[in-house]
Design a protein around this ligand. Structure first.
Ligand SMILES: *Cc1c(COP(=O)(O)O)cnc(C)c1O
Length: 301
């Protein structure tokens, strides 16, 4: 299905005379959805050019990037290896919806301790992996590198230059950097951080060529992959009103943040906002399992 900008109709937007559209990048592909598809595109082309038939990458147990890499590997004819944080998952990974999905797309796993995971970019660690697996094309955690940013520069169209603000959720900042690079100078790109901490700006400056951006860090809901009942209620309200399913880790927090800022008059009446739906919907099943165990309300699919 192709991507389009969907107009959002909600009382708060009408009251404050703000126009909000969501770019439905989540419709790009059922699993390699949104930005993970964009980030893989030129990397897979490069891997092929270099004559690789194996892609190796890193991630946590609920990683959208792990799921997307496994699926893209199968679709484009690469073997995939996932180095996953958490030794304890070795026995139980099929109970984890994300890892089960990746396994079904033939990803091979290596589960390592949190301590080893921190050393994953050391040359010694990588040498050992080469010894074990042979030749591979390596993708960093979250999939962010120069080629990933290049892919994300294709998210915005020329016709999107009518928007005053472009909003995007931020993990590593690769997607935001691509959007910054392709946005017009008159537009402001707002990144909504899914993590606690202030290190992201430095990371973004590595790839972003312009200064037309800012980072909003008030809507992480306690940190990466943390959720509250209020956030879950919001996701369900938004789905009911707009028929758009948001993910709890990235896009849900961003849209919550945008509407909260609208309520607080951060944007002038008449402002036009475009928010990017970067996908991530495969993560809902895993989140619902966690919520279910804690007897909390679930995300309605
Ligand atoms: C990975 C991801 C992001 C963050 O992308 P970065 O390029 O790492 O900043 C945002 N939204 C979704 C749904 C993601 O899966």
């Amino acid at each position: 299905m192709s991507v389009y900008n969907q107009k959002i109709q909600l009382p708060i937007l009408e009251k404050k005379r703000i126009s909000l559209f969501i770019k439905r990048e989540d419709l790009l592909h059922p699993i390699i959805s949104g930005n993970k598809y964009r980030k893989l595109k030129y990397n897979l082309a490069e891997a092929e050019k270099q004559g690789h038939n194996t892609i190796l990458t890193f991630g946590g147990a609920f990683s959208n990037h792990i799921a997307a890499t496994a699926c893209a590997g199968k679709e484009y004819g690469f073997e995939t290896i996932g180095i996953v944080r958490g030794e304890e998952l070795k026995e139980s990974f099929l109970e984890n919806p994300t890892l089960k999905l990746a396994h079904e797309h033939r990803m091979q796993f290596k589960f390592i301790s949190r301590m080893d995971y921190r050393r994953k970019e050391d040359s010694g660690f990588l040498e050992n992996l080469k010894h074990e697996y042979g030749r591979f094309y390596i993708l960093p955690e979250g999939g962010t590198n120069q080629l990933a940013v290049k892919g994300c520069e294709e998210i915005l169209f020329d016709s999107d230059s009518i928007f005053d603000f472009v909003c995007c959720a931020v993990g590593t900042g690769g997607t935001l950097s691509g959007i910054i690079n392709s946005a017009e100078n008159e537009q402001t790109v707002l990144g909504f951080s899914a993590l606690k901490g202030d290190f992201l700006k430095e990371d973004i400056r590595k790839f972003a060529l312009k200064k037309n951006w800012d980072l909003v860090s008030e809507y992480h809901f306690g940190g990466y992959a943390k959720v509250t009942s209020e956030l879950i209620r919001f996701l369900n309200y938004f789905k009911e009103r707009t028929n758009i399913l948001l993910d709890p880790i990235y896009t849900g927090k961003m849209v919550y943040g945008i509407l909260d800022m609208v309520g607080k008059d951060v944007f002038k009446p008449g402002t036009q906002i475009l928010a990017i739906h970067t996908g991530g919907l495969q993560g809902i099943a895993g989140m619902n399992r966690k919520l279910e165990k804690k007897n909390k309300p679930l995300i309605v699919i």
